[in-house]
Design a protein around this ligand. Structure first.
Ligand SMILES: Nc1nc2c(ncn2[C@@H]2O[C@H](COP(=O)(O)OP(=O)(O)O)[C@@H](O)[C@H]2O)c(=O)[nH]1
Ligand SMILES: [Mg+2]
Length: 197
């Protein structure tokens, strides 16, 4: 897929705030805060400042909707796993994300995992939840520029102590050099084509 246009549409908390559904599935990005969700959206859309990125984890509390090529939505979800916010706030953000996942919106979820970290309990909960509800999802390993090839092999071995996957079924991406961007975009295109067949 070639991204010609990408525009911020709106922020949402409740289902009633979501924009009207389009003909196609939408693509949502989830993962712990700071894993690189906003950076990934900017990288694959080629728009540096589309989604707000932050060095301080836990900044996105809202669901942000972006319209791509006037045809599909990319959805930036609130991150999980950030310790330094009051319990009440954490609960609220979690509910915003869960409401979205549980909503009947037709969606494919990209679950982002930092290549340098063994998946957390919350990451595992997320993957189990998607599996259980039969929500289509794909894993993207982020921040690949931070690991050498040797590190990558070692990291995958550690990650596989927690989750099982085929290297061909996951994506590897870096927002620093955009490596892996095309694979994600090609997948989005294939997925959309599969829907119209
Ligand atoms: N080196 C490197 N840093 C990244 C990458 N992706 C994100 N970051 C950094 O990680 C921090 C969090 O990124 P952000 O996209 O805001 O994460 P989010 O909370 O999941 O939306 C920022 O300081 C980014 O610059 C990447 O692929 N490589
Ligand atoms: Mg973000």
């Amino acid at each position: 897929m070639n991204i010609k246009q990408a525009d911020f549409i709106k922020s949402a908390v409740f289902e009633r705030d979501y924009p009207e559904e389009l003909n196609h599935s939408e693509f949502a990005f989830v993962g712990r805060s700071n894993v690189g969700k906003s950076s990934l959206i900017n990288s694959i859309t080629g728009r540096n400042k589309l989604a707000k990125t932050s060095k301080t984890p836990g900044r996105t509390q809202l669901i942000n909707y972006f319209l791509i090529n006037k045809e599909i939505f990319f959805v930036d979800l609130p991150g999980y796993g950030f310790a330094k916010v009051p319990k009440e706030m954490k609960k609220e953000w979690g509910q915003t994300m869960e409401r979205y996942l549980a909503s009947p919106r037709k969606k494919l979820v990209f679950v982002l995992l930092d290549i340098r970290r063994v998946p957390s309990g919350e990451d595992l909960d997320m993957l189990r939840w998607l599996d259980h509800y039969g929500t289509p999802f794909k894993i993207i390993f982020t921040k690949m520029d931070k690991v050498s090839n040797n590190d990558k092999v070692k990291a995958l071995k550690d990650i596989r102590t927690k989750i099982d996957f085929h290297n061909d079924d996951v994506f590897f991406h870096s927002s620093l050099n955009n490596n892996g961007k095309q694979q994600v975009l090609d997948f989005v295109e294939q997925y959309l084509n599969g829907e119209t067949e």
